[in-house]
Design a protein around this ligand. Structure first.
Ligand code: ADP
Ligand code: MG
Ligand code: MG
Length: 890
C-alpha cells in the first residue's frame, strides 16, 4: 500500500491508472485531495483467497486513513469535525464507468450534527448524506451483494423515483430547489425503503461504510459490465482493480462550489481548445449522469445548444484561469491530451483525476500532428499515437453522433464494414440493382450472400446479413469496397417470399428505410444523418501519412480487380496490386454464358472455342487495370475457384441455359452433378484447373500478355506478374509456367515486342512452404495466400468456422480468429520457413502477402520482421497498412 505522493504514473500496474495519476499530479504540485491507494495485488489476493482480504490490510488502511485525516486536520468518524472520503476503483487501463465509486463515506447520525455545525450548511450536509445513501445502497448493498433486480427495478431507480415524486409533490423542478429539511425527510424514507427492499439496514457506522465500500469496489472488478468490457477490449481478467480512498472535497456546498470534467483538447475534432462541462453546486457524478444539462467550460467552445448557458470562464474567471494553467501543465507533462475531473469547493480548485483522453480517429490524427508541430512530441511518437484502425473512420462516411443517440435501435450484428449508410430495404440482388438504377438508395438484406449477388451488393449502399461471420463472403466483399456492412445479425428473420423481415415484434417491408452503423454493428429504423469523409481534404492526415511513408520499408499494395478499385487504391497510396483475382470478371452477364459453355463442353475443341470467347473481355479487363497502375507492379492470379461456383443454378435457369447453349437439360444436370464435390475447397480448383484444362491458362496468359504488349506499344510502362494459385509441388508450377512462357513467346513474336513479366506462385499450402526451395528454383516471386494457408494449416474450413469459433474464443482455446489476425506460432512458422528456404535459393526472391491478413496491423508487424517486400490488402485498408508498416519499424 502506498501513500499517494509516493507513487507515479509509472506505477499504473500496482496503483491502477487513477491512483498512479493522482500521485503524479500531487508530485507536480497540483491541488489533489490527500488519499491513499490499495494496490491491485490486494484485489488479486482477494480473489485468490475466497474473497478474503490480507490480514494486515485493516491496520494499514487505518494507519493511512489517520495520515490523510491528519493532512486534512480532521478525524474519520469524529462527532465534531468528521473526515469524509470517497472510495474509487481504478484499473491499469481506464474502464470508464465499468466499475464503482462511493462518495461521502463517513456520514452517520453521529457525524452529521458535527458537520452541520462545522460548515454551518445543513442543506449541504443532508444533500451529501442522501447521495451517500443512494450510492451505497446501489453499489454496496445491491450490486456487490450479488442481488440482480429486474431491469429498471434496482434500488437506485426506486430511490430516484421517490425523489422525482417528492419534487413533483412540492412543485420543484431541480434538485437544487430542495431544502435541508427536504433532504432530511427524504433520507429517512430512503433508509426505510432500503430496509424494505434489500432486507438490511443502511450502516450507521463509518468503519462499516468504509469496508463495505472497499469490498464493493473490489467486487466490481467481477461485475457484469466490467467483465463484458474486458471481453470486448480483450483485457486480461487477472489484472484486478486498485482501490483509492481519498478525502472528499465538495462541489455541492453552494453557489461558490462546482464540479466538472474536461478534455485538454476537443476529443471529437482534435482542435486545440480547452473543452469541457461543469455544474455549480453539484457533485462529480451529476455532470456525467446527465441529471442537469451541464454548462460549457468557456466561451470559445459554446455551440448553438449551449450558447445561452454560463461558462466557467465568465462565472469564475480566476478559477478558470487556474484550471487553464493546469491544463497546459498537464499536457506538457504527459505530452498527450488529457481527460480531467475537477471540483471547486468554496472557490478553491481541486483536481480529482487525469488520464490519457480517448479520442476518435480524426481527433487522434490532428492531435498527434499538432503536438509534433508544437514541438511537444517527435515524429515517431506522433506516428505511434494513431491506431492504424482509427484511420478507417476517416475513410468511410459516419453517422452523426447526436442523431444516433436519438434513433430507434433495431438489431445488432458483427461490424464487418465500418462507416454508416442509410437506404431502403431490398431482399434480392436483382431488386437492389433495379432500384438502384431508378435512383433509389438501397440496403441489401440477405440471409447470407454468394458471388451471384455481387451486382446487387455493388448497387447497394450497404449490406446486411442474418448469417455469416467477419470473414463471410458479404464481409469480405464489403470490406474490399469500403462498403458499410453488418453480418451475422441473428435477430433478423427474413421472409424472402413476402419480402419482409421480422425483428422481435417489429416487421419491416421492402422499401422501408433503415440506417446502419457498420463501425458498431448497429441497425436503426429510419434515416439518420450521415457525415461524409474524404481523407485527402484532411491536412493532418496527409502529413501523418507522409511521415509514415518516410519511415516504412515494407511496401503496400492492394487487392483490386477493376480499374475503378485500382484508381481508388492509388489515391489511398497503393504501390501496386498484390492480388488481382480473375474469377469475378466471369460473373458478368455477358461473360458467364461463355464460361458455362466452357464448363459444359465435352471435348477440347468445344472447350477451347468457348474459352476463346472470353479472351477479348479478359484482355480488356487487364488493359484497364494495367493502365490504371501504370509503372506499378500488378499481380494477376489465374483462375482459382472450383468450377461449380459458376453453375449454381435454379431449375428455370438450367432450362434457360439449355436453350442458350443448345444442350439437353438432363445433360446439363448431369454435368452439374458431376462437378459436385464433398470438399470443394480442397477439390478441383487453383492450378488443378489449369492442369486439367490448359486452355484456360493459355487464354488468361494470352489476355494478360497481349494487353501488356499493346500498352507497351502505346508507351505505357506495365509490370505484370502472373501468379499460379494453390501449388503444392514444384511440378504443378513448372507445368503451368511452361504454358505461360510458351504463350509469351507467341505474343511477343506476334507483336514484335518484348514485355517484362514474371511468373510466380501463391504460397498457400503447407507443402509449398515445406518445399519452398524447390519451388523457388523456378518461381520468380512468392505471394503468401494466408487465407488458404490458415485453412489448411489448422484444417479449419473458413466457411464453417462460424459454428465453433465462438466457443473457442469464449473458452480461450483460441485467443483470436486466425483468419483475421495471423497465427504467428503456426502459420507464421511455415511462412518463415518458406522465406528462408526460398531466399536460400534466390537471394532476391520477391515475397509478399495477399489476403485478409495483409491489412491487419499485428500481421503486418510479422511480415516486416520476416523481411517480406510488401503486404497487399483491400483499397480501403491501404492507408491503415501504410501506418502499420511505419509503426512496425519503430
Ligand atoms: P469513474 O472511474 O467512474 O470516473 P471516479 O472514481 O472518478 O469514477 O468518481 C466519479 C466522480 O466522483 C468523479 O468525477 C469525482 O467528481 C467524484 N469524486 C470522486 N472522488 C472524489 C473526492 N474525493 N472528492 C470529490 N469528488 C470526488
Ligand atoms: Mg472518473
Ligand atoms: Mg487461395
Amino acid at each position: 500500500m502506498l501513500d499517494s505522493a509516493e507513487g507515479s504514473t509509472a506505477m499504473k500496474n500496482e496503483l491502477g491508472g487513477k491512483g498512479a495519476n493522482l500521485a503524479e499530479m500531487c508530485n507536480m504540485g497540483l491541488p489533489v485531495p490527500p488519499g491513499f491507494t490499495i494496490s491491485t495485488a490486494v484485489c488479486s489476493h482477494y480473489y485468490d483467497n475466497d474473497q478474503n482480504l490480507p490480514k494486515d490490510l485493516a491496520d494499514q488502511v487505518l494507519e493511512a486513513l489517520q495520515k490523510v485525516a491528519g493532512d486534512m486536520g480532521k478525524i474519520f468518524g469524529d462527532e465534531n469535525d468528521p473526515l469524509l472520503v470517497s472510495i474509487r476503483s481504478g484499473a491499469r487501463v481506464s474502464m470508464p464507468g465499468m466499475m464503482e465509486t462511493v462518495l461521502n463515506i463517513g456520514l452517520t447520525t453521529k457525524t452529521i450534527p458535527g458537520l452541520v455545525t462545522k460548515t454551518n450548511n445543513e442543506r449541504f450536509v443532508y444533500d451529501a448524506y442522501r447521495r451517500l445513501i443512494m450510492m451505497y445502497a446501489d453499489v454496496v448493498m445491491e450490486k456487490a451483494a450479488g442481488i440482480e433486480p429486474e431491469e429498471g427495478h434496482g434500488i437506485r431507480q426506486k430511490l430516484e423515483s421517490m425523489l422525482e415524486d417528492f419534487k413533483k409533490k412540492n412543485g420543484y423542478s431541480k434538485d437544487t430547489d430542495l431544502t435541508a429539511g427536504d433532504w432530511k425527510t427524504l433520507s429517512v424514507s430512503f433508509k426505510t425503503e432500503i430496509k424494505r427492499t434489500l432486507g438490511s439496514e443502511f450502516p450507521d457506522d463509518p468503519r462499516d461504510q468504509l469496508w463495505g465500500g472497499i469490498k464493493a469496489v473490489l467486487r466490481s472488478w467481477k461485475g457484469k459490465r466490467a467483465v463484458n468490457y474486458r471481453r470486448i477490449e480483450k483485457l486480461p481478467d487477472k489484472w484486478g482493480t486498485a482501490v483509492n480512498v481519498q478525502a472528499m472535497v465538495f462541489g455541492n456546498t453552494g453557489e461558490n462550489s462546482a464540479t466538472g470534467v474536461a478534455f485538454t483538447r476537443n476529443p471529437a475534432t482534435g482542435e486545440n481548445m480547452f473543452f469541457g462541462e461543469w455544474l455549480t453546486n453539484a457533485q462529480g457524478e451529476d455532470v456525467v449522469a446527465g441529471i442537469r444539462t451541464p454548462n460549457p467550460l468557456n466561451e470559445e467552445t459554446k455551440t448553438q445548444n449551449t450558447k445561452h448557458l454560463t461558462s466557467l470562464e465568465t462565472s469564475m474567471p480566476e478559477l478558470y484561469q487556474e484550471l487553464s494553467d493546469i491544463r497546459m501543465k498537464l499536457e506538457l507533462h504527459y505530452k498527450d491530451m488529457q481527460d480531467i475531473e475537477f471540483t471547486i469547493e468554496d472557490s478553491r480548485l481541486w483536481m480529482l483525476q487525469t488520464r490519457i483522453g480517448k479520442r476518435n480517429g480524426a481527433a487522434a490524427i490532428k492531435i498527434a500532428v499538432d503536438m509534433e508541430n508544437e514541438g511537444m512530441i517527435d515524429k515517431k511518437t506522433a506516428l505511434m499515437r494513431v491506431k492504424p484502425d482509427q484511420l478507417d473512420e476517416l475513410l468511410h462516411p459516419m453517422l452523426d453522433a447526436n442523431s444516433e443517440k436519438r434513433a430507434t435501435f433495431l438489431a445488432k450484428g458483427l461490424p464487418a464494414g465500418p462507416g454508416a449508410a442509410a437506404g431502403r430495404l431490398v431482399f434480392t440482388a436483382d431488386d437492389a440493382e433495379t432500384w438502384h438504377k431508378r435512383g433509389e438508395k438501397v440496403i441489401l438484406l440477405r440471409k447470407e450472400t454468394s458471388p451471384e449477388d455481387i451486382h446487387g451488393m455493388h448497387a447497394a449502399e450497404a449490406i446486411l446479413t442474418a448469417k455469416g461471420g467477419m470473414t463471410s463472403h458479404a464481409a469480405l466483399v464489403a470490406r474490399g469496397w469500403g462498403k458499410c456492412c453488418i453480418v451475422g445479425c441473428s435477430e433478423l428473420h427474413v421472409d424472402i417470399q413476402k419480402r419482409e423481415v421480422h425483428i422481435g415484434d417489429t416487421t419491416l417491408k421492402e422499401g422501408d428505410w433503415i440506417t446502419m452503423n457498420g463501425t458498431r454493428g448497429n441497425v436503426y429504423k429510419g434515416v439518420l444523418e450521415l457525415v461524409p469523409t474524404d481523407p485527402n481534404t484532411h491536412s493532418e492526415y496527409k502529413q501523418l501519412m507522409k511521415w509514415a511513408d518516410e519511415v516504412r520499408t515494407l511496401k503496400v499494395r492492394t487487392n483490386a480487380e477493376s480499374p475503378a478499385d485500382a484508381q481508388q487504391a492509388i489515391k489511398f497510396g497503393a504501390q501496386g496490386i498484390g492480388l488481382c483475382r480473375t474469377e469475378h470478371m466471369f460473373f458478368d452477364e455477358t461473360r458467364i454464358l461463355a464460361m458455362r459453355k466452357m464448363i459444359l463442353a465435352n471435348n477440347e475443341i468445344d472447350r477451347r472455342a468457348a474459352v476463346m470467347e472470353l479472351l477479348p473481355f479478359q484482355k480488356n479487363d487487364f488493359r484497364g487495370i494495367l493502365k490504371a497502375m501504370e509503372g506499378l507492379p500488378v499481380t494477376i492470379r489465374l483462375l482459382d475457384p472450383p468450377l461449380h461456383e459458376f453453375l449454381t443454378l435454379t431449375d428455370e435457369q438450367i432450362q434457360e441455359l439449355s436453350e442458350q447453349v443448345g444442350k439437353n437439360k438432363s445433360d446439363i444436370e448431369k454435368r452439374i452433378a458431376g462437378l459436385h464435390e464433398l470438399n470443394p475447397m480442397l477439390g478441383h480448383r487453383g492450378c488443378r484447373l489449369g492442369i486439367a484444362y490448359p486452355e484456360i491458362t493459355e487464354m488468361q496468359a494470352q489476355a494478360i500478355l497481349e494487353a501488356a504488349a499493346e500498352l507497351t506499344k502505346e508507351g505505357v510502362t506495365v509490370l505484370p506478374e502472373i501468379m499460379i494459385p494453390l501449388v503444392s509441388t514444384v511440378s504443378e508450377f513448372t507445368d503451368q509456367e511452361a504454358i505461360v512462357r510458351k504463350v509469351a513467346q507467341d505474343v511477343f513474336t506476334k507483336f514484335g515486342i518484348e514485355v517484362n513479366y514474371m511468373v510466380g506462385t501463391m504460397i498457400e499450402l503447407p507443402r509449398a512452404c515445406l518445399t519452398a526451395n524447390e519451388i523457388a528454383e523456378h518461381a520468380e516471386f512468392f505471394s503468401f495466400g494466408t487465407n488458404d494457408l490458415t485453412q489448411t494449416t489448422y484444417g479449419f474450413s473458413r466457411d464453417d468456422i462460424g459454428s465453433f469459433l465462438p466457443d473457442y474464443l469464449d473458452r480461450k482455446i483460441l485467443v483470436h480468429d486466425p483468419f483475421q489476425s495471423l497465427d504467428v506460432n503456426g502459420v507464421g512458422k511455415l511462412m518463415s520457413m518458406a522465406v528462408a528456404l526460398g531466399r536460400g535459393v534466390k537471394e532476391n526472391l520477391k515475397i509478399g502477402i495477399c489476403g485478409e491478413h495483409g491489412g491487419d496491423p499485428a500481421s503486418i508487424q510479422f511480415c516486416k520482421d520476416n523481411r517480406l517486400d510488401y503486404v497487399s490488402c483491400s483499397p480501403f485498408r491501404v492507408p491503415i497498412a501504410r501506418l502499420a508498416a511505419a509503426q512496425a519499424e519503430l
